[in-house]
Design a binder for this molecule. Structure first.
Ligand code: DOR
Length: 424
């Protein structure tokens, strides 16, 4: 593996952002400083760009095993590399669901074989994600799982969730909840409000999220469990998280790029690209998410990368499956919608998610001796996405003008993305 010299960028060093070069050898950062010697190194031009830790996604649907026509670990990690990511958590709503140790190991092995980023499975909370009995939580833990979720569905039974929280708290893990009350959202396809009324499409009320979050936070209080709110979408949920945190509960929350970028007015087109669960909300909700991300009340961005094939999405809105891809546009969408500074960008996109997931080798400052998992991000690049590395193309960002773009992704000292191309 060739040595690398990342030259001329603004680097997230242990003393804060500073102009510096970064030398990488044998998978590690070996030097950070001004005017480093380029001899013997492949030169990566980082002028005008930020150099920080590789991005970490807590929430990607890679569809393997069982739905490989949408995505698999190989194509999903190509998308991750193109998006600046060096680690991701793969959601367990696969077929079969990841509810036992061997399945979690299979996903991680597939990630290692692809070799473009670390892939860690999220373990299901309940067997088969059926919401009735606990999954093999101890086996999942032994297989390296640290985050447990039935994402795609909320765990509806409060008694079962309480037991899961007690068990996972004992292990030292995190319960990550898709917080939508199932009864309230049943049959709904978009945010319930003036747009859904005009379109005559059945809605999913904002109250479904607030009710689920409020209940879950009481269970977290009861059990002492660490609780992570997946894809927060409403101002009410942000308020609940703030209050719980003020009470000292171990609560974290994520927002997705699409909920930070679009509101429910986009659904007026009835283009199924905008169909997602939880749904795109009101402009006031979007503002609350942006403010929360800026202040750190929302800890991090997570993509909810949810690939679906063209033939599945090219149907009437009500018939289409929910979800949109996001790995390749996340950083740009967040920067276009919110405009974080360098420190906050790497915190919300890498450092905080790595901490939540317990990924000790990710989300590290750019300092000598740290693993060379890096994302070089050009904050001024202007582009409009057209085609994606993902096997599926279901993105609402096609043709949308974005500011900011990953320039290089480096995983374990190897360049996985450069010059607009996945390298391996
Ligand atoms: O829109 C969504 N799609 N929300 C989810 O929670 C699941 C995801 C999927 O797996 O397609």
């Amino acid at each position: 593996m060739a040595d690398l010299l990342l030259a001329g960028g603004t680097v997230l060093t242990s003393e804060g952002p500073a102009p510096a070069d970064v030398r990488v050898a044998s998978g590690e950062i070996t030097a950070v400083g001004r005017n480093l010697d380029p001899v013997g190194a492949e030169l990566l031009d980082c002028s005008g760009a930020w150099v920080g830790p590789g991005l970490v996604d807590l929430h990607a649907h890679l569809r393997e095993p069982g739905q490989e026509w949408k995505e698999d670990v190989d194509t999903g990690t190509r998308a991750a590399a193109a998006g600046g990511y060096t680690a991701l958590l793969a959601m367990p709503n696969t077929d079969p669901p990841i509810d036992a140790g061997h399945l979690a190991r299979f996903v991680a092995d597939r990630g290692r074989a692809a070799g473009r980023c670390d892939v860690v499975a999220v373990g299901a909370i309940t067997l088969g994600r059926a919401g009735e009995k606990l999954a093999h939580l101890d086996e999942l833990w032994a297989a390296g799982v640290r985050v447990f979720s039935d994402d795609g569905d909320s765990v509806a039974d409060a008694g079962l969730l309480r037991r899961a929280m007690e068990y996972v708290a004992e292990l030292g893990g995190v319960i990550a909840q898709h917080a939508e009350d199932p009864g309230l959202v049943r049959g709904g396809h978009m945010h319930e409000g003036d747009v859904s009324s005009r379109l005559g499409i059945a809605g999913r009320p904002a109250a479904a999220e607030a009710i689920a979050v409020a209940r879950d936070l009481e269970l977290a209080r009861l059990t002492g469990a660490r609780y992570h709110l997946l894809h927060a979408t409403t101002a009410a949920a942000v308020k609940l998280v703030a209050a719980a945190r003020a009470d000292g509960l171990a609560v974290t929350a994520e927002a997705t790029p699409h909920h930070l970028f679009f509101d429910h007015a986009s659904v007026s087109s009835t283009d199924p690209a905008y169909k997602v669960n939880p749904p795109l909300r009101t402009a006031e909700d979007v503002q609350a998410l942006r403010d929360g991300l800026r202040s750190g009340l929302i800890d991090c961005v997570a993509t909810d990368h949810a690939p679906h094939a063209d033939h599945e999405k090219d149907v009437p809105f009500e018939e289409a499956p929910p979800g949109m891809i996001g790995l390749e546009t996340a950083a740009a969408a967040v920067q276009t919608a919110v405009g974080l500074d360098l420190d906050a960008f790497y915190d919300r996109m890498s450092i905080a998610p790595a901490r939540i997931a317990g990924l000790a080798r990710h989300g590290r400052l750019v300092a000598e001796g740290n693993p060379a998992h890096l994302c070089v991000f050009d904050p001024a690049a202007r582009w409009a996405p057209e085609r994606f590395e993902s096997r599926s193309q279901n993105s609402p960002f096609r043709g949308v003008a974005l500011t900011g773009q990953p320039r290089y992704t480096i995983y374990g000292g190897r360049v996985t993305y450069a010059d607009g191309k996945v390298q391996a």
